[in-house]
Write a protein that binds this ligand. Structure first.
Ligand code: NAD
Length: 281
């Protein structure tokens, strides 16, 4: 038996439709179109790795009915120049989301910058206030990638209550918030990372494996229990320019019950989760 393939792309139209209805309601109620402000960086040649990503965000915003403004800054912009800009965005009522594109230029004080964003407008759940609220299980804006993982599981009918969930990756942006979110969904959670010994001993016990390590083929078929669900968050570019995840997809699909594809699994839902949080006001 081969695994069911979990495709985020399959749910994009439905979620966009739901969000467009929500946007229309918000526009009617508040009398303005919600705006997502994105701060992004150009290099000296004038191009940017953010171009592709911002184009995808623009497309998602357009489908949903959110206004999106990209504020391109020079690579040598200082934190002191940036903070007043964020404060201005915080004060503008039609701006309902503020995002700062990673990677940030080295001179920018990352934490000071993120924490300058009004937590209600922090649509990628990056501020200490939102992370603290996640920890306390209080309402919070959450990291969009993590929301996309749960959206894919929920819409695919894979429940978390009482399940053994093994997360590979413990970064503050993906692995750690995923662990808390899975815990809040009544899963029994194990977090593995680069120092974990005998990774397979943990993963073989899992009903659900979620991997966000950034290592192609990290999860092999021998590491997966028959029938388990495997969610691949990894995005890696191979030497020949292919995008692959962290799972040995062709092997794992022979044993797993369900496995997400890269690209096309979690990724397509991430931008929509940003839009959902823009509309959540
Ligand atoms: P990171 O480098 O900050 O963290 C990687 C984590 O994986 C660390 O905790 C590390 O200990 C762990 N790890 C690395 N190698 C390991 C190994 N061999 N065994 C066990 N654990 C190991 O990366 P990140 O920012 O958390 O991103 C992780 C991956 O998810 C990357 O591929 C990234 O591109 C991808 N990502 C995807 C999305 C999306 O929307 N799908 C969004 C953000 C990040």
């Amino acid at each position: 038996m081969t695994a069911r393939i979990l495709e985020g792309t399959q749910f994009v139209a439905q979620i966009s439709f739901e969000l467009a209805a929500k946007a229309a309601l918000q526009i009617q109620t508040h009398g303005f179109t919600p705006d997502l402000a994105i701060i992004a960086w150009k290099n000296e040649a004038g191009d940017s790795a953010s171009d592709v990503y911002t184009r995808q965000l623009r497309r998602a915003a357009k489908h949903v009915g959110i206004a999106l403004h990209i504020h391109w800054l020079r690579q040598d912009t200082s934190t002191d120049e940036l903070l007043p800009m964020i404060q201005r965005f915080n004060a503008q009522k039609q701006i309902r989301g503020i995002m700062v594109q990673a990677p940030l230029p080295v001179q920018i004080q990352k934490i000071a910058l993120k924490d300058a964003i009004d937590p209600d407008k922090d649509v990628d759940g990056a501020t200490a206030a939102n992370i603290g609220n996640l920890f306390l299980k209080q309402p919070a804006k959450l990291p969009a990638t993590c929301l996309a993982v749960f959206e894919l599981l929920d819409r695919s009918g894979i429940a978390l209550d009482g399940k053994r969930v093994v997360i590979i990756g413990a970064s503050p942006v993906v692995g750690r918030p995923l662990a808390l979110m899975a815990l809040h969904r009544n899963a029994t959670v194990t977090v593995c990372h680069i120092y974990t010994r005998s990774l397979a001993d943990f993963t073989r016990q899992a009903d659900i494996i979620i991997v966000a390590a950034g290592k192609p083929n990290l999860v092999s078929a021998e590491m997966v229990a028959p029938g388990a669900s495997v969610i691949d968050v990894g995005i890696n570019i191979t030497e020949d320019g292919q995008i692959v995840g962290d799972v040995d997809f062709e092997q794992v699909r022979q044993i797993a019950g369900a496995v997400s594809r890269v690209p096309g699994g979690v990724g397509p839902l991430t931008n929509l989760m940003i839009m959902r949080q823009v509309l959540d006001f």
